[in-house]
Ligand binder design. Structure first.
Ligand code: 5GP
Ligand code: ZN
Length: 113
């Protein structure tokens, strides 16, 4: 997707503070962190949102979740963390490229706003 911010980050056209990368996913620090640690995990493949995860993407989506614990460990989030996926208008999704927010470094509150 040529006009997608996160695809541009994957391609290196927009710089990012990367914390992990492999052939399928990229993790980088959020530009506007909402916690002491706030990292985004994205698939390198453009998938617009949770609603757009196809059956063919199931393995990739599972891989993303399976990698969260490694990223959390790398970021010293042993006391816990939160994983958030905003979806669509009411979910307040602002970037239409699937991403997991990984937030930590402080105790989270509940319910979310
Ligand atoms: P959403 O609101 O879609 O769930 O989350 C999008 C996130 O992407 C926001 O937390 C926002 O701060 C972050 N973001 C938007 N543009 C950029 C960017 O160019 N670089 C980085 N590192 N984060 C971005
Ligand atoms: Zn994209």
């Amino acid at each position: 997707m040529s006009d997608c911010i996160f695809c541009k980050i994957v391609d290196g056209d927009i710089p990012s503070d990367k914390v992990y990368e492999d052939d399928r996913i990229l993790c980088f620090r959020d530009l506007d962190p909402q916690a002491p640690v706030h990292v985004l995990m994205i698939p390198k493949k453009h998938i617009s949102s949770c609603d757009d995860i196809s059956d063919d993407d199931a393995e990739l989506a599972g891989y993303m979740l399976s990698m969260v614990k490694k990223i959390a460990a790398d970021l010293d989030l042993e006391k816990g963390y939160r994983v958030v996926v905003n979806n669509g208008e009411y979910g307040q999704q602002t970037v239409p490229h699937l991403h997991l927010h990984i937030l930590g470094g402080r105790k989270m509150t509940w319910p979310p706003g």
